[in-house]
Design a protein around this ligand. Structure first.
Ligand code: F58
Length: 820
């Protein structure tokens, strides 16, 4: 018999076999022949051929996990921004060259097929992309893992720009087929909502709780393989999709209520229709709560199903290490308790012990408006049993607090899982924290502030549970795949080991002062910029000068990230040029790219302002050769991969204390951009790693920000002391960037002048002066290039492999298992 994971059945990786397989897939999967096949057909055919190779490894990995019974990581995340898969899988499987030859041979272009893929935008930004990087690293480090999430039919919206405004378009990413997923038809898990609970005695006289949901939705999984680089380990993402429960609808059919049945079906299947496009402030919508519960319930039932097929329920915590990616999956705490106690008959204490030994929680934000809370009545209506469980967890928890801190009512109120200031809410961060053996922030500064501010009471109670794991990014996608020219140069200099062991980039340090190497390094950057310029012209009709200093700020648009600080500086530069004050030897192109949450008015106005400024400068013949502002539409993983390799300067200018970590900052650094930034998030560690003299630091510290606000910050007083800033603000108000509509930016300007909650004006002078240092540094290209090389060479720490190794050792206690 042929062993599906064995050597005999392993598809061969040479170009001829791949070509044969491609044509074969075209015939037998897509029912096409080369003469009539579309580009999409060819893309799908090649992808299916590549998928065969992934699946072959996957079988071997799955077997290794089952046989060795090692602890498996269960990553729970509402978002995975995995990016386009074809190129990444070709790289990981070592098939890039063979695929190019195979595709050439049938008269097509591999680059075009790769470009053709529409990426799954199953995330908003950093948090979702981090989950994808972590899946890559888990496989690369041979750590058994399953990532559970949601298979949104529509991912994050596509961003169009019309007349300078963001316009959202639905992301119909599945419309041309998705060759990277495998639906598991044999698995269907029921998830209940609403209804009522009864407290009954079972046949042994034990008190039991029976929950009779009002409606049931079925979860069906789609698996997406995630292959490790330089190893055979292949894990998978299991993305859950909601379908109607037929049995449930039968009732309605039998009494002839066809519409009621269809209605219920539509309602069920709406559950996984769309990703909530919010950044930083959670949307308090019922459907979102349903999504959160739906996927954690599916994930946990799935774990228990696998476990109990071979072991006892009491082995749960030894078998699974569950990681909560922020609080979106925090209902897992109550759901796991329900499954243990109500369904599997464990006692409360035993169940709680299992929960506490399996869960860990990562926090990604300190912004108070971003900490998730749910209205208690909503949760009680949707999940009555879970609310009961949460109350019981809270009762026991508050008893513990009372014992440690007697007579401290205020503390109890602050720490309770139920918020009682105004309407009652469930505080998801508190729920996640009480159930977790470890709670971590995502950069050293963030983890410290977490302990000192929002989680202070908890850190006082359980100091040993609080940790830091600084974020990281995968060098496979963000260097090897995105920047082939740089990768080749690096590999030529130090060998290819860096792709798996990023610390080895340090070996580049010895070339930092080497004139010939510097010249090659600059040539790579220049070629990447030229390529971006061509693409921008062809795709968007945008002008981008590859000889200018390419200054980039690419991330979600948010006031705390301060794209408007960058814009004020752009306006000041323009003003200087118009006043004849600016020397013309450092031409700059300031690039913005990023989406605004559709309901976030100020963020949308910032996008509009970027376009207004871009246009005014482009129309000014005296200025436009020295300065350009460009907004690249629809920032996503695909566009990101074009931008990072080309950037010279990375803007990481958030108000100190507000950006938990940032991960774009790491991607820019690894690709040799120098950073201008505040002491915020992981910037602090980037600066430490690359050396202060290779990083442009400015602005208030987190402590200074707090102090300035405490002392009573009056932004308009800053204007009186800074005529350049005053002129920039006045230019906006004068209609210079909104011809014919002077009031357009009034909400933005008024807010800055009178409130300025993110201290944009307070940091402006430091920022503008620091940008002068950037100009000065740029004038000496040899020194700049040396800094650029050193930035890359010293950024090895920011590999997600390092982050995952830390999670594995200190939080999950898992060890590598290699497939045989
Ligand atoms: C981001 N959070 C942080 N949230 O802002 C960033 O500093 C950090 O580097 C990154 O996480 C990874 O740790 C983030 O992306 C979201 O997108 C949420 C999506 C759901 C609604 C609330 C925001």
């Amino acid at each position: 018999m042929i062993d599906p994971g064995g050597e005999e059945s392993r598809p061969r990786d040479d170009a001829a076999t791949l070509r044969h397989d491609l044509v074969n897939k075209l015939y037998f999967v897509l029912a096409k022949f080369p003469g009539v096949a579309t580009k999409n057909d060819h893309y799908l055919a090649l992808s299916y051929a590549v998928r065969d190779r992934l699946l072959h490894r996957w079988v071997a990995s799955a077997r290794a996990i089952l046989e060795e019974k090692r602890r498996t990581v269960i990553y729970l995340s509402a978002e995975y921004l995995i990016g386009p898969q074809l190129g990444a899988n070709l790289l990981t499987l070592g098939l890039y060259k063979a695929a190019r030859t195979a595709v050439d041979a049938v008269g097509l272009s591999l680059d075009e097929l790769i470009e053709h893929e529409e990426e799954p935008g199953l995330g908003n930004g950093g948090l979702g992309r981090l989950a994808a990087c972590y899946m890559d690293s888990l496989a690369t480090l041979d750590l058994p893992a399953v990532g559970h999430g949601l298979r949104y039919e529509f991912g994050i919206f596509d961003q169009d720009i019309r007349d300078g405004w963001q316009v959202e378009r639905t992301d119909r990413w599945l419309r041309k087929g998705n060759p990277w997923e495998v639906r598991r038809y044999e698995i269907e898990l029921p998830v209940g909502f609403g209804g009522h609970i009864e407290h009954i005695k079972d046949e042994h006289g034990q008190l039991r709780v029976r929950w009779t949901p009002e409606r049931i939705v079925k979860g069906v999984p789609y698996d997406v393989p995630v292959a490790g680089y330089g190893t055979d380990t292949t894990n998978f993402l299991r993305l859950w999709s909601a379908v109607a429960d037929e049995e449930f609808n039968l009732d309605a059919f039998q009494v002839g209520e066809y519409w009621r049945a269809v209605d219920a079906k539509i309602r069920s299947e709406n559950l996984t229709k769309v990703l909530y496009p919010n950044d930083s402030s959670p949307a308090g919508k019922q459907l979102r709560l349903e999504q959160q519960y739906f996927f954690v319930s599916c994930a946990l039932q799935d774990c228990i199903r696998l476990l109990t097929s071979r072991a006892a329920i009491r082995e749960f915590a030894d078998t699974f290490a569950i990681q909560l990616n922020d609080t979106h999956p925090a209902l897992a705490v109550a759901e796991l308790m329900r499954l243990f106690v109500d369904v599997h008959g464990l006692g409360w204490d035993e169940a709680w012990d299992q929960v506490r030994r399996s869960m860990a929680y990562t926090n990604h934000t300190l912004l108070p408006e971003a900490l998730e809370t749910w209205p208690l009545p909503l949760m009680a209506r949707l999940l009555p049993r879970h609310v009961e469980i949460i109350y019981e967890i809270n009762r026991r928890f508050l008893d513990e607090v009372r014992t440690r801190f007697p007579d401290d009512e205020a503390r109890l109120r602050r720490m309770s899982l139920i918020g009682e200031d105004g309407d009652k809410t469930v505080r998801m961060a508190h729920l996640a924290t009480v159930a977790s053996h470890h709670i971590n922030g995502v950069a050293a500064l963030h983890s410290r502030l977490l302990r000192e501010t929002v989680m202070r009471d908890f850190a006082e109670l359980w100091p040993e549970r609080f940790m830091n794991v600084t974020n990281g990014v995968t060098p496979r996608r963000f260097v090897a795949l995105a920047n082939p020219r740089l990768s080749e140069l690096i590999t030529e200099a130090i060998g290819e080991g860096w792709i798996r062991e990023l610390d080895r980039l340090r070996e580049l340090e010895k070339f930092a002062g080497d004139v010939a190497f510097q010249e090659k390094w600059r040539a790579v950057k220049r070629a990447n910029k030229a390529e971006l310029a061509t693409w921008l012209r062809q795709q968007h009709g945008l002008v981008f000068d590859p000889n200018a200093l390419f200054d980039a700020q690419c991330k979600r648009i948010h006031e705390y990230k301060r794209q408007h600080l960058n814009l004020l500086h752009a306006i000041a530069l323009w003003d200087r040029i118009r006043r004849g004050e600016q020397t013309a030897d450092v031409p700059r192109t300031i690039v913005f790219s990023g989406k605004a949450a559709p309901a976030y008015r100020t963020a949308k106005l910032i996008i509009r302002l970027a376009h207004g400024v871009a246009e005014a400068i482009a129309e000014d013949v005296r200025a436009r050769d020295q300065l350009r502002v460009v907004f690249i539409p629809d920032f996503n993983v695909k566009t990101a991969q074009r931008i990072y390799p080309a950037a010279d300067l990375s803007e990481q200018i958030s108000t100190a204390g507000m950006e938990a970590s940032g991960t774009g900052n790491m991607k820019f650094t690894l690709n040799g951009a120098l950073t201008i930034g505040t002491l915020d998030g992981a910037n602090v560690e980037i600066r430490e790693a690359v050396g202060a003299e290779h990083f442009f630091l400015f602005g208030m510290t987190a402590e200074e920000v707090t102090e300035r606000k405490r002392a009573g910050y009056r932004p308009y007083t800053v204007l009186d002391q800074d005529p350049e800033l005053k002129r920039a603000i006045d230019l906006i108000s004068s209609g210079a960037f909104s011809p014919g509509d002077r009031g357009l930016f009034a909400p933005l300007v008024d807010n800055l002048v009178h409130h300025d909650p993110f201290l944009v004006l307070a940091d402006f002078r430091a920022y503008a002066d620091c940008q002068r240092q950037v100009d000065t540094a740029w004038r000496s290209q040899a020194a700049w290039t040396r800094s650029s090389i050193l930035n890359t060479a010293r950024a090895g720490k920011f590999s997600s492999d390092r982050s995952i190794a830390e999670y594995a050792k200190t939080i999950w206690r898992v060890t590598p298992t290699k497939p045989r």
